[in-house]
Design a protein around this ligand. Structure first.
Ligand SMILES: [Ca+2]
Ligand SMILES: [Ca+2]
Ligand SMILES: [Ca+2]
Length: 342
């Protein structure tokens, strides 16, 4: 077991307090552009339920204020302000995954973005799990999937708690960084503009029928009748944001399998409010003193420091979700999440 592996299996000590306000206007999907229900969609769980903020039920309960896609169904959502690529995650998507029996019950969906509403770039997906159909009420570890929505429980609930839906370490859901689409042909060709994303389309993945980016079929617990249940999409960065002032939290796995973490602020590193720097693994809070020692500083400039894990995460056996967030002294938040997969 590597030092990183030990680190990310150490339970956290305390849960950070709920964070301050976020933009109310345009912070969530504002319209249903198109709903193409799959055969098992249910009118009692209509597309309009995906408008507005997430209503997570906590680790062990899933929201029922959701849009049931139906097997293979799709939902296209619109936004008052176009989403833009800033540091780290640019939006967060919420399904209603829940834990029991030591894992997560999953019904996953692909996530796509568009500028013109006609051409959609799909986030690359990975499934690192058993290459066989999953039992209907089985579970998988958090982090088994990346690039999809539906593998992470939802703790944030705009009706019942003050957890900022954009705060990935605290709120759950899956974060999406538009920068990961930089090499998509539609982006390279100028058809999808990562500074002007107006539509997010969520497409149910019928178990075993869709291949991930390395050609492996994606299996979840949906079976032949279950489908993803979409709660909400929260915007982290949109065109109303002042990107020249935003905090920086950006996670990535480098070519050697090391986890790289950039932390800072566009106004200068000193504008980052270090007291707000928080992290979690599988939604359990990690104290700074427990995770920072697993990293070394490999770069620093006026705006940010770059940390790299001492050991590679790929090949370590780790399977789980690592997330970091921080605010600047003006209260603006940046967050990112990465799935640490074998
Ligand atoms: Ca579900
Ligand atoms: Ca981004
Ligand atoms: Ca700032």
């Amino acid at each position: 077991m590597s030092s990183l592996n030990r680190l990310f299996t150490v339970a956290a000590v305390t849960v950070l307090g709920a964070s301050s306000s976020f933009a109310a206007s345009g912070a969530f999907a504002t319209s249903v552009v198109q709903f193409v229900p799959g055969p098992s969609a249910n009118p009692s769980f209509p597309a309009a339920n995906a408008i507005g903020g997430p209503t997570g039920g906590g680790l062990a309960n899933g929201s029922v204020h959701v849009c049931v896609l139906g097997v293979g169904g799709s939902l296209t959502l619109g936004f008052a302000n176009a989403i833009v690529d800033g540091p780290g995650a640019d939006f967060v998507a919420f399904e209603n995954a829940l834990t029991f029996g030591g894992g997560v019950f999953t019904e996953v969906a692909a996530v796509e973005v568009s500028t013109d509403g006609a051409n959609f770039a799909r986030f690359p997906m990975r499934y690192v799990g058993p290459p066989v159909a999953q039992p209907p009420f089985g579970t998988l570890p958090m982090g088994t999937f990346s690039g999809v929505v539906g593998g992470m429980p939802i703790l944030t609930n705009v009706a019942t708690n003050a957890i900022d839906p954009r705060d990935l370490p605290a709120g759950g859901g899956e974060g999406f960084d538009l920068a990961e689409l930089a090499n998509d042909p539609l982006v390279v060709g100028g058809i999808v503009d990562l500074t002007d994303v107006r539509f997010v389309r969520i497409v149910d993945v019928p178990a075993g029928t869709v291949l991930d980016e390395v050609g492996a079929p994606i299996f979840d617990h949906g079976g032949s009748t279950g489908s993803a249940d979409i709660d909400a999409v929260a915007v982290v960065r949109d065109q109303s944001d002042a990107l020249a002032h935003t905090p920086i939290v950006d996670l990535r796995i480098d070519a050697g399998g090391f986890l790289v973490v950039e932390i800072g602020d566009a106004d200068g590193f000193s504008d980052l409010d270090l007291a707000t720097l928080s992290a979690s693994f599988d939604l359990t809070t990690l104290q700074l003193a427990s995770w920072l020692p697993a990293f070394t500083i490999v770069g620093a400039d006026a705006t940010k420091v770059t940390l790299r894990s001492i050991a590679p995460t790929v090949g370590s056996g780790i399977l789980g979700a690592f997330a970091v967030s921080a605010r600047d002294h003006a209260g603006d938040l940046a967050a990112d999440q990465t799935m640490l997969q074998r």
